[in-house]
Design a protein around this ligand. Structure first.
Ligand code: UDP
Length: 325
């Protein structure tokens, strides 16, 4: 029997590549697509030789053509770190607007179910804590994060419209801060920034006084939640993330302890519109998907640290710092 075919956009990225692994493991034929602006072929090198993996080097913001049947589409193409979308705001806007439109059109043509990757950024700098799916958010459309946040909000809106108008089977996941192997060392996110700095013997750059909070989910937990959501029959947005909340200062201290580095945390100015607090309410995912995270931060950080340590030395020194205050 021939395998069911899944299209994953953003396949060479951090989350996309882990999703490719998951669907290969679950016995699907995986078609990965990426324009490689922020993705890296190294993340899927190990899949390239497989009979049931194929790769299209394509920008999903342009018309998408994939021959043959498709059962599921997962739309994960998008820059996803503040340093990236500040550098390439127009591509960021296009991939979640024009790109999502193309993906929904393809899903309709193939009669495929589509899951789109939304984000906790739709809640902006949230006035409600923890964030439930029915909170509408507090987003600045013209600030530095506007290109990402508003594009993702548009993505949700057009996905619901295709569901309502065309009866398309759609799923919307709102992803909270996630970490793990294959994050880019120089993507400016706090975890690779801190681990990179610890490994290079530099002080850790804490933005502001470090009292802002985040809740970090290990990638394997996230992938499992997404898989369950895709297979469920629920079309409204679902938060997937780890509710274990921590201040950035405490997080920096954890990294110093883990790496055994003797450096200290130094304070740099807080970027514009940096959310002060973030924690998912995951009651919906628990109830509907019987899902909750399993990997503790201690375990997840150890795995991630070992990954970064194993990278070639040159990679470690390629890091650029974010300058966008
Ligand atoms: N942050 C920091 N130092 C860094 C990078 C980030 O203190 O070198 C802070 C940032 O200001 C934010 C938090 O860490 O409050 C998480 O930032 P990240 O870019 O990882 O993701 P965000 O959740 O802001 O999208």
């Amino acid at each position: 029997m021939s395998k069911e075919r899944v299209l994953i956009t953003g396949a060479a990225g951090f989350l996309g590549s882990h999703l490719c692994d998951k669907f290969i493991k679950e016995g699907y034929h995986v078609i990965g697509m990426d324009n490689l602006i922020t993705g890296d072929l190294k993340n899927i090198e190990h899949l390239m030789k497989l009979e049931h993996f194929e790769f299209y080097h394509h920008d999903v913001s342009k018309y998408v053509h994939v021959p043959g049947e498709i059962k599921y589409i997962l739309h994960f193409a998008s820059p996803a770190s503040p340093i990236d979308y500040l550098k390439i705001p127009i591509q960021t806007l296009k991939v979640s607007s024009l790109g999502t439109h193309n993906i929904l059109g393809l899903a309709r043509a193939k009669n495929a179910r589509v899951l789109v990757a939304s984000t906790s950024e739709v809640y902006g700098d949230p006035a409600v804590h923890p964030q439930t799916e029915d909170y509408w958010g507090n987003v600045n459309p013209v600030g530095p994060r506007g290109c990402y946040d508003e594009a993702k909000r548009f993505m949700e809106a057009i996905t619901m419209a295709y569901h309502n108008v065309h009866g398309l089977e759609t799923r919307i996941v709102r992803i909270f801060n996630t970490y793990g192997p294959r994050m880019r060392l120089n993507d400016g996110r706090v975890l690779p920034a801190f681990i990179g700095q610890a490994l290079r013997g530099e002080d850790l750059t804490m933005f502001g006084d470090g009292s802002q909070t985040r809740s970090f989910c290990f990638v394997d937990d996230l992938v499992e939640g997404i898989y369950r959501l895709l297979l469920s029959d629920y079309f409204m947005p679902v938060n997937i993330g780890n509710p274990n909340e921590i201040t950035i200062k405490e997080f920096g201290e954890e990294i110093l302890k883990l790496t055994g580095a003797n450096q200290k945390l130094i304070s740099l100015p807080l970027p514009t519109d940096d959310p002060k607090q973030r924690r998912p309410d995951i009651s919906r995912a628990k109830e509907l998907l019987n899902w909750e995270p399993k990997v503790s931060r201690a375990e997840g950080l150890k795995i991630t640290y070992d990954y970064f340590k194993s990278l070639p030395k040159e990679e470690l020194f390629k890091t650029e710092h974010r300058k966008f205050n």
